[in-house]
Write a protein that binds this ligand. Sequence first.
Ligand SMILES: *Cc1c(COP(=O)(O)O)cnc(C)c1O
Length: 414
Amino acid sequence: MTNPTAAVRDRVLSLPSGELPAYVYDLAALRDHAAHVRAALPASVELYYAAKANPEPEILAALGPYVDGYEVASGGELAHVAKAVPGRPLAFGGPGKTPAEITAALERGVERFHVESEYELRMLAELARQITPDSRVAVLPRFNLPVASGSLAASSLAMGGRPTPFGLDPSEADAVVRLLTDGTYPHLELQGVHAHLASGLRAPEQLVVAESIVRWAVGLAERHGVRLSEVNVGGGMTVDYAAPEDRFDWVAYGEGLGELTSRYPDLTLRIEPGRAMTAYCGWYVTEVLDVKQSHGEEFAVVRGGTHHIRTPATKGHDQPCTVLAVEDWPHPWPRPAARRELVTLTGQLCTPKDVLARNVPTPGLRAGDRVAFSLAGAYAWNISHHDFLMHPRPGFHFLDGVHAESVAGEGAQG
Ligand SMILES: *Cc1c(COP(=O)(O)O)cnc(C)c1O
């Protein structure tokens, strides 16, 4: 269980049933969290927010003062983020970039390209020659590096150090550095190295990974007698859905990165977290529609489901939640209520996969009670299959603690 902030709680209880389900974002809480993250990081570390975690314009804007820029991973994100936070630096990453996307990025003057393959490097070089002939485009080849064994064992989504479609194989590193430094591609500049190797890592594991990336990058640069000004060690800071209060230790991470950068004073380190920035500020709130028994277990069906918040289905966890009891029962028919200690919360979809949380201790849960699912601010609405079964879309509320006001409306991803 996690307790909603007062602002979220008030909103959940004041919304009429017909306006549920809804996403409620606490922007004041987001700003506090982002300020804490920024304060924990040394000045030598740049922070780019990975927009794919949650690209709602209000979220991107609220993060503005605390981030150095944004990482985008498609032409769609590029156009969207450039509009939501105009003028902010963008890094363009992601596999399978098309010529049209690269062209758009060059025309917009994107600051950094994270290059995923040798083919992409060749394409970028030629497009840069055509589109930006008078400047040099900053390139960070992304490498799929082996990392110290054991450190990634705990990772939920390892994408480095084993066969994946992400980044360049380390065996290609020498050839790529040569291409970028021997005059072959005069319109490209080797800015540094990028690696995003896993997600779901705690601070000590993240530091092991960061150190091994930096050491590898410095070795590569020394071998070629070239200077790297940046190493991007990626995102993937853990969010523990089973223990929501147990947050990634940004203070320890920042101290470790500070120690690392002090050994390489010429180097700028960059991180690009997504999930651990925005997960905590978002709530998916709804009400119980029905409570029933089935073969010795109890189920509560809520308004909405995994077509709005696919996170528990994709990650295979129970989405943490809080029940807010509602005394009013407006209907003339009897109100169903749970008789067991534990209730499984499901959505309205006609599939057994539509499970939000299993065996939640909610004795006495009734139809009409409200449920607020927490940690719904990242990889939630925007990774979900909205149109399956054609239920209405949720409302979107952005609570701004300063002005105590909010905007309700369709999500940006609608
Ligand atoms: C998804 C992604 C991130 C952000 O990962 P989180 O787990 O959300 O922190 C950062 N960099 C790259 C290249 C990514 O693909």
